[in-house]
Design a protein around this ligand. Sequence first.
Ligand code: NAD
Length: 370
Amino acid sequence: MNKTIALLPGDGIGKEVMFGAEEILKAIGEQYHHTFTFQYGRIGGDALDHTGEPLPSETLEICKKSDAVLLGAVGGPKWEENSPELRPEKGLLKLRKELNLYANIRPVKAYESLADHSPFKREVVNGVDMVIVRELTGGLYFGKPSERQFTKGEESAVDTLFYSKKEVRRIIKTAFEMAQTRRKKVTSVDKANVLESSRMWRETAEEISKEFPEVTLEHMLVDNAAMQLLKNPSQFDVIVTENMFGDILSDEASVLTGSLGMLPSASLSEGGLHLYEPVHGSAPDIAGKNLSNPLAMILSAAMMLRMSFGLEAEAEVIENAVERVLDGGKLTSDLAKGNAGVLTTQQMIEEVKVCIADNDAILSIMEAYA
Ligand code: NAD
């Protein structure tokens, strides 16, 4: 397979973790005879420093000409005082809009060997393996009007929660398609007891569920979902929800895994050009110190292989390698919590590479897909 991948490292630890993803993809390419061509683009503060813009047109062009986009992270104290248009985050928001990335997919998996690193009890996090599907281009964050108003000397503010039926259908269908390849359960989260947009959301979920008879649909009010995520998180398979609810719930769920450095994500477009990035930011406090955990970025690359290129077995080889490294007690400092044997970023990348090259373990995976 020949594929071109846009690599946008961005700022802070974005560069370090992107190096890890690139190394792992090179190893997979060599081992399974795929040619991955990497095209590098600047974004965020790095792009501001070099071009004066957070998303230069050259970067956008590189992305549009590629088969998939991998992004590190953007932002940092250096650019915090910039005007809103010249902030690093603006580059990422513009990229999401330009590529029409409507669905944010966040898997949340609690690794057995990390159960004691979560702030929750082992019995609560054991078995957690869910995907949160968040609508990303509509709802309260984009509805108009969104403004301050002044009426008879009184100041007020308005934001608008708007969804077209088409937008709701699109994201709920994505969730059902995903559930079909997993444990076949969709939890649709809304606030249908109060909001009209949620009532339309719920009706739409019911309509779509008829197209997927083998998938079970349940509805849950967002306040209950926030509680259930902490009380009994293993009940969830695929959660689908609107933009703001998804923003809050996916951050809440991320705590279950023990570290932000473990969480990958995908943002899907209708056109098929998808973007993959770790959930974490640029971590300026540890940037440049060889301390960052590269696994969220490496797992994002695995999601890319599966979702953009259909390379399911290769994705599983990476995920399996990560799991074996963790099972062997090899941890970066965000996970090790003061324990001995802490790995640097570079050492963690090497450990994953060693596991990928371990033929015995991967042969069984490849045979299963033969
Ligand atoms: P952050 O995710 O960068 O860091 C939060 C904490 O988690 C820090 O203590 C950091 O050291 C730690 N951490 C994060 N990723 C880690 C990893 N891979 N390995 C080990 N430790 C890790 O969030 P923040 O500190 O709130 O934000 C820092 C900058 O990142 C800000 O400029 C913010 O705007 C930006 N940001 C960018 C994105 C993105 O690019 N998608 C997302 C969130 C924040």
